[in-house]
Design a protein around this ligand. Structure first.
Ligand code: INI
Length: 157
């Protein structure tokens, strides 16, 4: 059996697009901080990063699709925070975001890091945005880098 292929986390030369929701900005700004840290840690150059802001998580898929279709990015990272306590259409917004983002990735072939938090309350969201639980912005960005590298390797098999 051949060795398993993995993408790895070398971001040198990768062009990355970030789509960030302004809704719940007190969380999404922290997700963006985590994402930027991952990009720096893994060698993605500042000039290779394009950031776009959208009103809320519902709007993320369309902006991600446009970016992915542009041919100008190797990977996209989507960052948003859908907090249950604050809306009765939580299910609709979170489903539209997650299904939409997944569909964009599959239909365009561009890897997308999924950094949209869906939580019961603001405390949980903060904890997962670089607080004491996890750093979803950082992790979603690493996933996007790894998948972009893996797809390049899969072109050669
Ligand atoms: N958008 C979010 O990103 N998070 C939320 O928690 C949220 N809530 O609570 O409603 C939210 N709503 C806005 C939505 O994403 C759209 O921007 C809006 O419906 C306009 O299309």
């Amino acid at each position: 059996m051949k060795e398993a292929l993995e993408g790895g986390l070398d971001g040198a030369g990768l062009r990355v697009g970030l789509v960030v929701a302004r809704f719940n900005e007190f969380v999404t700004s922290k997700l963006l901080d985590g994402s930027r840290k991952a990009l720096v840690d893994h060698g993605v150059k500042n000039e290779d990063v394009t950031v776009v802001m959208v009103p809320g998580s519902f709007e993320i898929p369309l902006a991600a699709q446009k970016m992915a279709e542009s041919g100008g990015v190797d990977a996209v990272v989507c960052l948003g925070a859908v907090i249950k306590g604050e809306t009765d259409h939580y299910e609709h917004v979170s489903a539209a975001a997650s299904e939409g983002i997944s569909n964009v990735s599959l239909s365009t072939g561009v890897p997308i890091g999924f950094g949209v938090l869906t939580t019961e309350n603001a405390e949980q969201a903060i904890a997962r945005a670089g607080g004491d639980h996890s750093d979803t912005g950082y992790e979603a960005t690493e996933a996007a880098i790894e998948m972009a590298n893996l797809l390049r390797r899969l072109d050669d098999i």
